[in-house]
Write a protein that binds this ligand. Structure first.
Ligand code: CA
Length: 354
């Protein structure tokens, strides 16, 4: 039996030939699948496994669905090619209605008149099988790259595109950027891109600084759920202890959150998108200094170094300088550190209510 025939047989057993997604159930805010597909063995992503939800200031709560090559849906959506476009990809067990995706959507639409697309890959990123979900990152990224280039063919300027992703979504936006046949995205932003099963992979299988003209990474749980080291043009590291971010202390968190153990485990990981969403509302809230180590930062040795604000407002001049320096000094990375001691990770919600 050839490998192809064997793979097809396995895919059939896994349900890959079916026309409907596998049985699922929800637990808390997560999305879990009874049967998960192993994308290393199976065909490319099928249309029903990913949905693109389109929002705008004229429609912030009832999104329109977009599908590759469906011109009628594109026209009906009201997509405005004169506005910038931002696309967000969620993380493991999440979906487009998850709190991170909705937080990013509300923040951008409140501050920028733009096209806002939330990718819903709940089937591909379903729990509890993280291995299968991680294997789905490359196929989802390649599929979504075709979707983005179809938007470009409909008139969306590539120059106004920004890709944003959380965790597995942070890895996915890298694959999208490297796979786009219509050109590189000008900006890619990753919130604590996933580390497990991605650490040490070649750059064509994960997020890296070549996936966009400017790749910004916000680390908050590096070495655990987050990627352990620099993987962008500009890497922000929040605080010196990535396993115990403010508000994520074990006893305090469990007491304040009805002993939600799962929530505690992901607390420092989720800190990245919470801080990033706050920074969308307040772009200068979190100043960071270029610094080579947390120890030097704490000793004040970096106080006079270049300052950038955490978020997607990094100046283009910095990147231009970086691109030049990289040509002469391979491995040189702009590495920014900051301390956030008193940030209430829930306070951004108040801003949305306001
Ligand atoms: Ca890459």
């Amino acid at each position: 039996m050839s490998l192809t025939v064997l793979s097809a047989a396995i895919c059939t057993l896994l349900g890959a030939e079916n026309t409907a997604p596998p049985p699922t159930y929800s637990l808390d805010s997560g999305y879990y699948s009874v049967i998960t597909n192993d994308r290393q063995l199976c065909p490319p992503v099928r249309d029903f496994e990913v949905t693109y939800y389109y929002y705008s200031r004229a429609n912030t709560s009832n999104p329109k669905v977009l599908k590759i090559n469906d011109d009628n849906l594109f026209t009906a959506s009201g997509f405005d090619i004169n506005l910038p476009t931002k696309i967000f990809v969620h993380g493991f067990t999440q979906m487009h209605t998850s709190i991170d995706a909705q937080g990013v959507k509300d923040a951008y639409l409140s501050t920028v008149d733009c096209n806002l697309i939330l990718v819903d890959a709940r089937v591909l990123f379903a729990g509890i099988n993280y291995i299968a979900a991680a294997h789905n990152v490359v196929p989802l990224g390649e599929y979504t790259a075709k979707f983005v280039c179809w938007l470009v063919s409909k008139g969306m300027p590539l120059s106004s595109l920004e890709l944003i992703g959380m965790s597995l979504g942070g890895q996915t936006v890298g694959i999208i950027g490297q796979s786009m046949q219509c050109g590189k995205p000008p900006k890619v932003v990753a919130y604590d891109p996933a580390g497990p099963l991605f650490t040490g992979l070649p750059i064509d299988e994960r997020l890296d600084s070549t996936d966009g003209d400017l790749v910004i990474v916000i680390h908050s749980n590096q070495g655990f759920f987050g990627y352990p080291s620099n993987c962008g043009d500009v890497d922000f590291y929040i605080n010196t202890n990535p396993y115990d971010q403010p508000g994520c202390h074990l006893v305090q968190y469990l007491l304040e959150n009805s002993f939600d153990v799962v929530g505690y485990l992901f607390c420092s990981h989720n800190y990245s998108w919470r801080v990033a969403v706050y920074a969308i509302y307040h772009p200068t809230a979190f100043p960071a200094r270029q610094c080579n180590s947390s120890a030097e930062y704490k000793e004040g040795k970096c106080d006079g170094n270049d300052l950038q604000y955490l978020g997607d407002t990094v100046t283009s001049s910095l990147v231009a300088n970086y691109k030049v320096s990289r040509m002469h000094s391979i491995g040189e990375i702009y590495n920014y550190k900051l301390e956030i001691a008193d940030f209430d990770m829930n306070c951004w919600r108040l801003l949305i209510l306001l």
